[in-house]
Design a protein around this ligand. Sequence first.
Ligand SMILES: NC(=O)c1ccc[n+]([C@@H]2O[C@H](COP(=O)([O-])OP(=O)(O)OC[C@H]3O[C@@H](n4cnc5c(N)ncnc54)[C@H](OP(=O)(O)O)[C@@H]3O)[C@@H](O)[C@H]2O)c1
Length: 314
Amino acid sequence: MAIVDTRYKLNTGAEIPALGLGTWQSAPGEVEKAVSHAIFVGYRHIDTAACYQNEEEVGKGLREAFASGKVKREDVFVTTKLWCTYHTRVEEALDLSLKKLGLDYIDLYLMHWPLAMNPNGNHPLFPKLPDGSRDLDRSHSHVTTYKSMEKLLATGKVKAIGVSNCSKRYLEELLPQVSVVPAVNQIENHPALPQQEIVDFCKEKGIHVTAYSPLGSTGSPLFTAEPIVEVAKRKGVTPATVLLSWHLARGSSVLAKSVTPSRIEANRNLIQLDESDMALIAKYSDDLASRKAFQRYVYPPFGVDFGFPDKSSS
Ligand SMILES: NC(=O)c1ccc[n+]([C@@H]2O[C@H](COP(=O)([O-])OP(=O)(O)OC[C@H]3O[C@@H](n4cnc5c(N)ncnc54)[C@H](OP(=O)(O)O)[C@@H]3O)[C@@H](O)[C@H]2O)c1
């Protein structure tokens, strides 16, 4: 079996393909083609979110692939996410996503961030307070939101539920209060931000980790980082291949975003990294951490640490 065909078993018993196509910041007019091309060249995992505002186009790309007759709905693992301004309207948000995607069910529905935002603020998706800060709804905890998501499982409209951007602390608060252990925690993850504490905690609790921004996102410095380039040379592959393969060596699935057909294809070329490759990259991670050199999406999410009042309502 090619490495790209690796699948990980979730705590629901379902399998998540190791490589997924990311769609954040994929421009309108490009993402439909990216999705259908990815599926035609073998991807079986597509990641989107309500706040990417591209679910309709992603849905078109999926339908184009299904219409070919070569791939069926059940062959493709589709993830979408509940946006922060919808934490009090979970089923309504899911129904909107299903409608836009043109699907009957989602394979994995994630709470995008464990923080609610004001649903009646000055913007439907990104409300801000007059001082420019995020308009958070502190009366509604991520535990309450997740309990609403648990109810979705009985509707058949989602096969699995999970979280995203959850630090260890948010998970520690959540787990004792809910009945369904999240299937996945989707977090930013790459050698400049290994998030080892979260990865280890998730492993211990049976929560699969999916890595986002594995290439370091747009304009990434990781492609030219010396140890990444060195491992790439050793293996005769590109730095992108090393960065994506790093997650498989850690037992995580990985989302690579591209709207460029040649890159969508190249990103399938995952390889096995060995212990010496991983050790070299770990040294780089440790060095960056000790110098606090890369701290973009460091948790707690949105800079808000714990302390919401409603711990176990509903
Ligand atoms: N849960 C969350 O909060 C969250 C947050 C961020 C992202 N995500 C998910 O994770 C996905 C991936 O993360 P991301 O979009 O931030 O960034 P990423 O996948 O790390 O990087 C994407 C960037 O790398 C370029 N690229 C792709 N393949 C390449 C290759 N082989 N060589 C050189 N450049 C390459 C892409 O350009 P082109 O497209 O122009 O080819 C794009 O500019 C997202 O799309 C989204 O689905 C989730």
